[in-house]
Design a protein around this ligand. Sequence first.
Ligand code: FES
Length: 99
Amino acid sequence: MFQITIDDTDEQYACSETKHVLAGMQQLGKKGIPVGCRSGGCGVCKVRVLEGEYASKKMSRDHVTAEEEAEGVVLACRIFPQSDIRLSVIGKLNKAVNR
Ligand code: FES
């Protein structure tokens, strides 16, 4: 299990390397976490990884450009932690998390 820290709120949750980061976030029980397709197609779960390692699955270029991906901007439902991670949420997800 790795610790995921949401930089915006300093909240933490545990996420195993076999679960995507969005699945762990849902377990925080926050209302309104926008759970879309969970397969990298809708883009609602966009985050910026500030620290930590992760493995990622294919993401739609409509939502994450190659430049963004190189900067750690990824879809939470497509990344799997490989270390503790600190991330910031962007887009629609931000509203739900920072409410
Ligand atoms: S939930 Fe649709 S891209 Fe992550």
